[in-house]
Write a protein that binds this ligand. Sequence first.
Ligand code: SF4
Length: 210
Amino acid sequence: MKKDWKNILKPVIDTYWGKKIELDYETPFQLLCAVILSAQTTDKQVNRITPPFFARVREARDVIDMPIEEIEEHLKYVNFFRNKSRFIKETGTILATQYEWILPNDLKLIQTFPGIGVKTAKVVLSVLYDMPYVWVDTHIHRVMNRLWVVDTKTPEQTDKKLDTVFDTPTKKIIHHPIVLFGRYHCTARAPKCHTCSIANDCKYNNSKKK
Ligand code: SF4
């Protein structure tokens, strides 16, 4: 029989209800910048380096005339800062010339922007426009496989599978709770199974008892 994952995950959703993305930002363009910067870098590190940058850059128009060297100087303490600086500057130009400064709310379209893959696109669209996308990062991939909601090898495979597992209202609410649950409870090393509210439905936990 198919498991009712929405119901099983309810205690986790309730625990982390109302939590927001852990990247700091004030404007849609700053969110886009922060998400681009967070690839291969922790949210904490992104939040550490963005305040002076965001004091200069609130909107896409602010990067148009900003020398790339200045952007790089602001962002030099994140991985791949040169590429990310270029992505941010080019995105500003694209928004200016093709979209009247507004980020399009279209999954395919937004992935045509430099440096924006499916995960970044889903983060931005679900946070800014409340669209029903679960963006699969390492935490969601791990938790979903431990529970056996999916049985996949890569986050990309998990991303495709999850689209068919949850209904639209669930997709809208599930992302932050599961990421935080993975980050702080169902951690990669030493998950806290002894205090886990969904341990009975967890394949990983049940397999340890055998
Ligand atoms: S029982 Fe352990 S492995 Fe399973 S979901 Fe809970 S914390 Fe994660």
